[in-house]
Every structure is written in structure tokens, then in C-alpha cells.
Design a protein around this ligand. Structure first.
Ligand SMILES: NC(=O)c1ccc[n+]([C@@H]2O[C@H](COP(=O)([O-])OP(=O)(O)OC[C@H]3O[C@@H](n4cnc5c(N)ncnc54)[C@H](O)[C@@H]3O)[C@@H](O)[C@H]2O)c1
Length: 431
């Protein structure tokens, strides 16, 4: 797979970020790659639990990583097993994940099952002494997420989650600029993820509806908050470098009234005592604005998904446009009903600048899986990676609760783990 061949050194160089220290302060989890030489000849042995759609996507990267071997898979659905075996034909097949966890040959597991099953599987995996990569959102409730994170600390086993933006060059570069103050004081992050589609999958027989379309049912899903919001809320706190103090939200089933139980339209506002805001919205009956996280400072805006940034002050418009502007203003000034505030401003299109020379060929998923493989070999948990996954999950589940209750909810203090500012070493949190 082309994506899997991304060379880490080239990737880091391509970011054009001066000095490893700067990078370490903004994206400390990249420390996962600091041991590369040391591990050159070793391989790690992985088991994949739930090789469905996402699991197979991850397997494609892992299967082409010379440092990894997929030694086992576990699933309860034959079509998933058959598809996974095409990627890893030599993998041992288990129909019960507990048998995979008992397999001594498996050092670490990737958990890519539906949301409501993560908790039991991940806690069992830690009990079995396996390192864990769990897809986002890590838990179905905030309490589950907290227990999972704590179990990771107690066991000392690795804990990664599927927050691939942490390894996406566009986002890393954007955050480097944000944290350096390039865009001034950031007051707001506006995140949205819109689609026009029913979010359904074809079901081979009606009795499999809830199993295949688990995303649409409350027993197995937190809907758009857990499936999409989790990614974008992580970007919001990454940009602002701190956690919000309250959240309010609203959601409804406004268009896809087809028996689903989760909202097709959600919006949340996360507020800070210091005034900043993160908004998150998702609508799946209109795709015009697509997907973005707009990070808005007084000097400029960065849109990592789009791969561009825009300064507030741009070069003046060409002289003839300025002349037109003056004529328009003069004309409006002569009209009795219009003050100058009514005068149209000559549009001066701000086309922005690209964050990177060219659009990267991949999002961060290949590097995220590489980082996990590297960490399993070295046994070293990269800085802040578990914490980013934990808080991303917490934020989306907290927002979900705000939507459910209709109340303004304060930050759930009981689930606060020691939150280290960027640049703080992991050992300072753990000890
Ligand atoms: N990081 C991302 O961008 C991203 C993208 C898509 C999905 N995901 C996450 O990945 C996870 C899976 O999503 P998906 O779209 O691949 O779902 P899916 O339904 O395609 O795959 C889930 C797989 O888990 C299997 N499974 C269910 N219960 C199981 C059990 N008890 N034991 C073993 N296997 C079991 C199913 O048979 C299926 O093969 C979800 O948590 C989702 O949020 C993350």
C-alpha cells in the first residue's frame, strides 16, 4: 500500500518545522519514533480483534510494515474473518477474542470492534498482559474511559487509540504554527463534519440489522458524537492546549426517520472560563460545507483539513479595484439613506496559503499504526498519546450527555486525569 511506505524522516523533514524541540512541545507523541534505530531488526506480533471495515484498513498498513506480523485475528462474523485472511493469510483465527488473548504468541492487540464492546475487550486485554491499540471512541461511557485509562497506568501496558490526526502532517504543522502564535490569540475553534447520506450499511438478512448497523442504535453507539465528534474535539483541545469548563448541546433525528435511534443532527458548544469556545456540529443531510476545524486567532485562521491558513491582513487589492471601491463609496455617500457603513467593501479574495508544499498522500493512520508497532517493540509509551485519546473520548461522551439532558454540564471533575500542559514529560504525570 502506498501510504504505508511514507518515510518517517522525510515526513518530519517535509513538515519544515525547525527543531525537534518545537515538535516535541506541540506533538509530543512523535517521541514514538525516537527509538527507530534501536529497533531496526525486531518485529512485533499483533492480534486484531474485530477486523471489520476499520480493522481491515489498519491491517493493510500493519501487514506492509516490515516490523510487524499479524499472528492472529478474532471475530464473530465470517465475512470479516474471510476478508481479514486475504490481508493476513497466515494469521491464526479465533472466534472468541478471549482465546486470542490467551495466545502467548500475541504481544499486543488492535481492537476495532463496535463501541459498546471496547470496554470488556480492552480490560480483558490488559488483564492478559497485552498492549492495546483501541479504536476511538475508547469507551461507551465516561466511567468506562476512566477505568480503561487507569488500568493502562496500573499495568504499565501501552495504550493507543485511533486518533490519527495526531500523526497527520497537516495537523502537526497547523498546531506548530498555532502554538507559536502565528495566528495570534485563538478565541474559537469551529469544527463541523457534514455529510449527505443515511450512514447505513447493506444488511444481508434482517436479523443482522443491529449488528451491522450498530452505529445507528443507542445500545451500541453514541452516534455522531462518538463516531465523528471524537476526532474533531481532540483537534480543538490540541489547538487551545486546555480542557473546556462546560458544554451544552442539542440534537435530533430531523431527516433520516428510518428507525434509527441516534441523532442525524447534533451541535455542541464547549465553553472555557477564560472565554474561548469550541463548537462541534454534524449534519448528515447536507454536505455542502463538508468537514473542517477552523482554528480562529486574531491574526489568522487555519483549516488543517483543507491544508490551508489565512491571515486576517492580506496584501491590498490591485490599484484598479481600489479605485472602483472609492467610486462605490463616493456614490453611496451621496445617497441620502446610506451612510458609509452601508458602502460595499471591494471584495479582496483571501486565497490563503498551503500548510505543506503538497497535499499529503495519506492521513495520519499509517504513521499511527507505525508508532504503535514501534512502541510495542521498545515497550515505551509515547508522551501524551493515551491522554489525548482519553480526553477526546471524554469530550464527545460529555457532549452526548449534554445533548441528552438539555442542560449546561460542568466538566466532570471526577474524570479529570492529571492534565499535563504540552511539553510536560509523561513521568511527571504518572509519578
Ligand atoms: N479512527 C477512525 O477514523 C475510524 C474510522 C472508522 C471506524 N472507527 C472505529 O472502529 C471501530 C469499528 O468500526 P467499523 O466501522 O470497522 O465497524 P465494523 O462493523 O465494520 O467492524 C466491527 C467488527 O467487529 C466485529 N465484532 C463485533 N463484536 C465482536 C466481538 N465481540 N468479538 C470480536 N469481533 C467482534 C464485527 O463482526 C466486525 O467485523 C469503531 O469503534 C469505530 O468508531 C474509527
Amino acid at each position: 500500500m502506498e501510504n504505508a511506505t511514507i518515510n518517517r524522516r522525510e515526513f518530519l523533514r517535509g513538515l519544515g518545522i525547525a527543531g525537534a524541540g518545537v515538535l516535541a512541545a506541540t506533538s509530543p507523541w512523535l517521541s514514538a519514533f525516537s527509538e527507530v534505530k534501536e529497533t531496526a531488526k525486531e518485529r512485533c506480533r499483533l492480534g486484531i480483534i474485530g477486523p471489520g471495515s476499520r480493522g481491515q484498513f489498519l491491517m493493510n498498513f500493519i501487514a506492509t510494515n516490515p516490523k510487524a506480523e499479524i499472528v492472529a485475528i478474532a471475530d464473530i462474523y465470517e465475512p470479516s474473518i474471510n476478508a481479514a485472511l486475504k490481508i493476513a493469510p497466515d494469521a491464526k483465527v479465533y472466534r472468541d477474542y478471549r482465546q486470542l488473548l490467551a495466545d502467548k504468541n500475541v504481544e499486543a492487540v488492535v481492537v476495532a470492534t463496535p463501541l459498546n464492546t471496547h470496554y470488556g475487550i480492552v480490560m480483558d486485554a490488559f488483564d492478559a498482559g497485552k498492549h492495546v491499540y483501541c479504536e476511538k471512541t475508547i469507551g461507551y461511557t465516561m466511567e468506562q474511559c476512566y477505568n480503561m485509562y487507569m488500568r493502562h497506568l496500573e499495568t504499565g501496558l501501552l495504550f493507543f487509540s485511533g486518533q490519527q490526526r495526531l500523526f497527520d502532517p497537516r495537523y502537526i504543522k497547523a498546531m506548530d504554527m498555532v502554538h507559536k502564535g502565528t495566528f495570534g490569540k485563538v478565541s474559537a475553534v469551529e469544527a463541523y463534519w457534514n455529510r449527505n447520506g443515511d450512514w447505513r450499511r447493506e444488511v444481508p438478512s434482517p436479523d443482522l440489522e443491529r449488528f451491522i448497523n450498530w452505529r445507528l442504535y443507542r445500545e451500541s453507539s453514541r452516534g455522531l458524537m462518538s463516531e465523528l465528534g471524537c476526532h474533531q474535539l481532540q483537534v480543538g483541545t490540541w489547538a487551545l492546549g486546555k480542557l473546556p469548563d462546560r458544554v451544552m448541546g442539542h440534537g435530533g433525528i430531523t431527516f433520516w426517520k428510518d428507525g434509527r435511534e441516534v441523532h442525524d443532527n447534533v451541535h455542541c458548544i464547549y465553553g472555557y472560563d477564560t472565554g474561548e469556545t469550541i463548537t462541534y456540529g454534524s449534519v448528515i443531510s447536507n454536505k455542502f460545507y463538508g468537514l473542517e476545524e477552523k482554528i480562529m486567532g486574531n491574526l489568522g485562521t487555519v483549516e488543517p483539513e483543507n491544508g490551508k491558513y489565512f491571515f486576517e491582513e492580506i496584501a491590498p487589492a490591485p490599484a484598479f479595484l481600489q479605485m472602483l471601491n472609492k467610486w462605490e463609496n463616493d456614490l453611496f455617500e451621496e445617497l441620502p439613506f446610506a451612510g458609509t457603513s452601508w458602502a460595499p467593501e471591494t471584495a479582496n479574495v483571501n486565497k490563503g496559503e498551503f500548510l505543506l508544499g503538497e497535499r499529503p498522500k495519506a492521513d495520519g493512520t499509517s504513521l499511527l499504526t507505525e508508532a504503535f508497532v514501534e512502541a510495542v517493540i521498545t515497550g515505551k509509551q509515547p508522551e501524551r498519546i493515551a491522554e489525548e485519546g482519553y480526553y477526546a473520548s471524554l469530550l464527545c461522551l460529555w457532549g452526548f450527555e449534554a445533548i441528552e439532558s438539555g442542560a449546561i454540564l460542568p466538566f466532570p471533575e471526577q474524570y479529570k486525569i492529571d492534565y499535563a500542559p504540552y511539553g510536560t514529560k509523561r513521568q511527571d504525570i504518572v509519578s
